[in-house]
Design a protein around this ligand. Structure first.
Ligand code: I6G
Length: 669
């Protein structure tokens, strides 16, 4: 029995040491913090039950990780400890009770309450107010000399300001990468095909432990103080809270979230408030720290092996957890886009249970080197959709994820246009998934606004083959709706009424409701205002369409392709036959403008004129500026090295203006 406990203890120690190596030495965490905390807690519990197996080498007795050989070593004059944790109000009460017993104190204690930033702990040594050395925590006794790198962090003062600065002062705090900066950095890294970081803490650690401080200098790091180590040749106040304010007065960064709290209730209230604020902060926090405010009491309480007795961290719900990737489903969107979705063993993370996460596209699966059966790290930072940030290599039995070549719903071919990340089902409205999405979109608030036609109703209507396309909605009867799930007579009546009501619409909403790729509400409005009639839009060529604001070559192509499809034409005819109508649009008063109706194309390099400014001036004078030359073009403005557009204009006999002639023309109005 005890032998098997010893085996368990040894196995846990080895496991934790391997994770420590991955985290501290490789900057490449192999498990989530939450999982790590669980392992440490199990080991600590076993060691407590079996003190005969305690060992100074156990990871429960150490702080942080080893020192990397690449950096010079710095011995901390005062050990840099870590913090014990509590995970509930009960555990906090036990912590406070323990302190009161030790102090033989029955009065309510005052705590300095600080956010626990999720970064990298460092020590800054100031002598005569000058920053002379910076070190990582390392193993708590010996850290790495990161002075050159730390000096590149913009909010760390090289010289302190103000009065009564001690001759030697060691400031401790956390280096972090602000969340917005982290996202910007990762976005850039991923678009350059480099790796990016899993989370802001990793980004801060990886950036600070660079051998070349020029690299660190380019990383958006920041520092916030949480305490003081050595003090020589000077006096400090005897309150932790006041000491932090003093650091701030000397120019050291301090978060705005440091407060005083009296007794457990106020501590818990501070915890709840900070947890609510978590999503608004621009730095990640993994908990709140309660510290006895009175320094004399801190000194009386002292330390256990690796942590002060006078402080504890109250951990927040983890934002990263690990779970298993059970399967990958491929969803088909309205425009046929195929989105791989990870099916996960449900896991509680960031305050919700997550069982699915979008994998976006095939490139993302490739980037994560994901396989079914992998243990994966799920991250759900406050209010953000969950994502898989990492697959843990070597976990469980693994199956390759095969991206389908045919649509999982309708079996049509899937195509991926070169250079595009998204693969699409080519089935169009033949595909039931696309049909459902198209009908949902048609009925949505911004489009036809059919109240009561929610997703579940549309799915039932399509599955029951009561409708196949948006036009079929107008033939539905109350009797057909009543048998559907969660629809009674009243709801059926209301829905039929809403369908009748929606027939009175606007051309812009109707265009939007058709669901043409990349035609959102602004473009639909521009199309309606430009062409005035549905017929006008349907008959427009690519060149005509490109004259509309917001419509470029690609959108024009989508519009033309849409109206060319027979099945789309059939649906439009049926919709109009069901009496969908809209008020006639009056043309805007444009006739008075001097270049009204004239079509210009700008091509080649303009030497003295900003192309955008020229385009805007032409439009303000009533002209349209197109991207391509056609027989409808009135003028081509040809700058230097104009190519095929100029040749086409010459072939078609269109007037060609030089840049100077354009300038003269514009100046004449
Ligand atoms: O690692 C730490 C993070 C934050 C700390 C800490 C802290 O206060 C907000 N405070 C102490 C006293 C220690 N480590 C040892």
């Amino acid at each position: 029995m005890t032998e098997s406990i010893l085996k368990k203890i040894i196995a846990l120690r080895q496991q934790i040491q391997a994770h420590n190596h991955a985290y501290y030495t490789l900057d490449e965490p192999s498990i989530t913090d939450a999982e790590y905390d669980r392992l440490i807690r199990s080991l600590r519990a076993l060691e407590k039950q079996h003190p005969e197996y305690a060992s100074p080498d156990s990871p429960t007795q150490s702080v942080g990780g080893p020192v990397l050989a690449a950096f010079s070593k710095i011995e901390h004059e005062m050990a840099m400890l870590s913090l014990d944790n509590v995970f509930s109000a009960d555990e906090l009460n036990e912590f406070i009770q323990r302190i009161q017993n030790r102090l033989k104190n029955t009065q309510e204690l005052t705590f300095c309450v600080e956010p626990k930033l999720d970064g990298l702990a460092i020590s800054l040594l100031y002598e005569h107010g000058k920053l002379i050395r910076a070190a990582t925590r390392g193993d708590g006794s010996i850290g790495e000399d990161v002075t050159h790198n730390v000096k590149t962090i913009k909010n760390i003062p090289h010289t302190l300001q103000g009065d009564a600065i001690p001759v030697r002062l060691e400031v401790r705090g956390e280096v972090i990468m602000p969340i917005a900066a982290f996202h910007a950095f990762n976005h850039q890294a991923l678009s350059n095909d480099s790796k990016g970081f899993v989370n802001p803490r990793n980004a801060a650690a990886g950036s600070l432990r660079q051998l070349d401080s020029n690299i660190t200098a380019q990383r958006p790091l920041a520092f916030y103080s949480y305490g003081i180590g050595i003090v020589e040749g000077g006096m400090l106040t005897d309150s932790q809270f006041q000491r932090l304010q003093q650091l701030k007065d000397w120019g050291l960064p301090l978060t705005d979230e440091v407060i005083l709290a009296q007794g457990p209730e106020q501590c818990i209230a501070a915890y709840t408030q900070l947890l609510e604020k978590r999503a608004q902060l621009d730095y990640e926090i993994d908990g709140i720290v309660y510290k006895i405010d009175d320094i004399a009491l801190q000194e009386q309480l002292g330390f256990v092996a690796r942590a002060p007795r006078w402080a504890t961290a109250h951990k927040f719900p983890a934002q990263e957890e690990q779970t298993q990737l059970l399967d990958v489903e491929f969803q088909v969107g309205r425009t046929g886009a195929i989105t791989p979705v990870a099916i996960l063993d449900p896991v509680f993370v960031g305050g919700v249970t997550v069982s699915r996460a979008s994998l976006h596209n095939a490139d993302e699966i490739q980037r994560l080197q994901l396989k079914i059966g992998n243990t994966v790290i799920i991250r759900r930072a406050a209010d953000v959709i969950p994502q898989i940030v990492k697959a843990i290599p070597g976990s469980q039995s693994q199956t390759e994820i095969i991206f389908p070549t045919t649509c999982p719903v309708c079996n049509s071919e899937i195509e991926r246009i070169e250079g595009e990340a998204i693969a699409r089902c080519t089935g169009g409205l033949y595909c039931a998934a696309q049909r459902k999405q198209a009908i949902k979109y048609f009925a949505s608030r911004k489009a036809m606004n059919i109240e009561g036609l929610g997703d579940k109703v549309v799915e039932q209507l399509v599955d029951e083959q009561l409708i196949n396309n948006p036009a079929d909605l107008f033939n539905l009867t109350v009797e057909q709706l009543i048998p559907l799930e969660r629809i009674g007579t009243k709801k059926a009546d209301n829905l039929i009424n809403a369908i009748i009501q929606c027939k009175q619409t606007t051309l812009a909403k109707f265009i939007l409701a058709l669901g043409i790729r990349e035609v959102g509400d602004a473009t639909a409005k521009n199309l309606a205002e430009y062409f005035l009639t549905l017929d006008g839009i349907q008959k427009a060529t690519n060149e005509d369409l490109e004259l509309v604001d917001d419509v470029g070559e690609i959108v024009a192509r989508h519009i033309v392709t849409f109206f060319r499809q027979n099945h789309n034409q059939e649906v439009i005819t049926a919709l109009l036959a069901s009496d969908i109508h809209w008020p006639e649009i009056q043309p805007k008063e444009q006739q008075a403008l001097p270049l009204a109706g004239k079509i210009f194309v700008l091509t080649g390099a303009l030497a003295h004129t900003d192309r955008n400014a020229a385009k805007q001036t032409l439009q303000a004078l009533g002209a349209k500026v197109s991207g391509s030359v056609s027989k409808n073009t009135d003028y081509v403005v040809a700058g230097a090295a104009a190519g095929s557009k100029l040749s086409k204009a010459q072939d078609l006999g269109i007037a060609v203006l030089t840049e100077d002639e354009l300038v003269t023309l514009l100046a004449s109005f």
